[in-house]
Design a protein around this ligand. Structure first.
Ligand SMILES: [Ca+2]
Length: 274
């Protein structure tokens, strides 16, 4: 599943104008073109293929595209509702459509919808059991062409954002040949994370200088503690034996969102044979 969040300003800036295709003969708008007649998603996982070439956009769409969402367009929009089977997260994915599609999610009745979140290609959203959510799927015109096409939409339960925990060994090593320092530890993050990394900032007072360096590594998320080692060189000098302060940032993301870890600690640097 490929999901991205919101629409970036750079992407919006590329939109120079909409090119609307002529309506083919014998065409008809899909039954869920307007907010008053959504397709009701009965059970999950849900998937559907809908020809949206003759779907239209209207004022109700605008309610689900506030400035915070920022979709360049909500052309060829179609509507769905889904009632959450349990507390947690749902994900709506339209990235397999044959045009640049996006989704936006809200709650309420048509004409009085409260926007929750949106995304190009899809989005995930937190849900409360028994509550009904409105999903709008549309042509966001990032491809600057056409009006809809073949919409492929799936809606399913999604995992919560992954958790991540990082440990840093209290003793690191400095390498007198290079002036760099090795820090090590473990990272524990939930299986299923698409992206995870550990970033480190190491600072050490050496004489009158505050030596500062940065390093990082991608993390493997298995649900178990996995070892990491990072080599950090000082940007403005070399590290020495003694105390140093380390700031650790860990991030792990999945389709729903990201979990973060942030901590600082004192580490002791000891010499290493190079
Ligand atoms: Ca519509």
């Amino acid at each position: 599943m490929r999901l991205t969040t919101r629409w970036g300003a750079a992407a919006v800036a590329t939109i120079t104008g909409l090119v609307l295709s002529g309506a083919p003969a014998l065409a008809a708008a899909p039954g869920n073109d307007t907010s008053g007649s959504p397709d009701v998603i009965g059970s999950l996982p849900y998937s559907a293929t809908i020809i949206t070439s003759d779907a239209t956009t209207d004022a109700d769409d605008a309610q689900l595209n506030p400035d915070e969402c920022g979709a360049p367009a909500t052309d060829a929009s179609v509507w769905f509702t889904v009632t959450a089977p349990a507390d947690g997260y749902l994900a709506a994915d339209v990235s397999d459509s044959n045009y640049s599609a996006g989704v936006s999610v809200g709650q309420g009745t048509p004409g009085a919808l409260t926007w929750l979140t949106c995304g190009s290609g899809g989005t995930a959203f937190e849900v409360v059991a028994g509550q009904t959510y409105t999903i709008l799927a549309f042509d966001d015109q990032l491809d600057e062409a056409g009006n809809g096409g073949t919409l492929q939409i799936t809606v399913d339960v999604a995992p919560p954002p992954p958790t991540i925990d990082v440990t840093v060994d209290p003793v690191g090593q400095f390498d007198s040949a290079t002036g760099g320092a090795y820090l090590s530890g473990t990272v524990t993050c939930d299986e299923g994370a698409d992206l995870a990394f550990v970033d480190l900032q190491l600072t050490q007072r050496v004489g009158r200088l505050l030596i500062r360096g940065y390093g990082g590594t991608e993390a493997v998320c298995t649900g178990e503690p996995e070892p990491w080692t990072v080599f950090i060189t000082g940007d403005n000098g070399t590290f020495k034996g003694g105390k140093a302060v380390n700031v650790t940032v860990g991030v792990a993301c999945n389709v729903t969102g990201c979990g973060e870890y942030l901590a600082d600690q004192t580490v002791q640097l000891k010499g290493r044979k190079s």
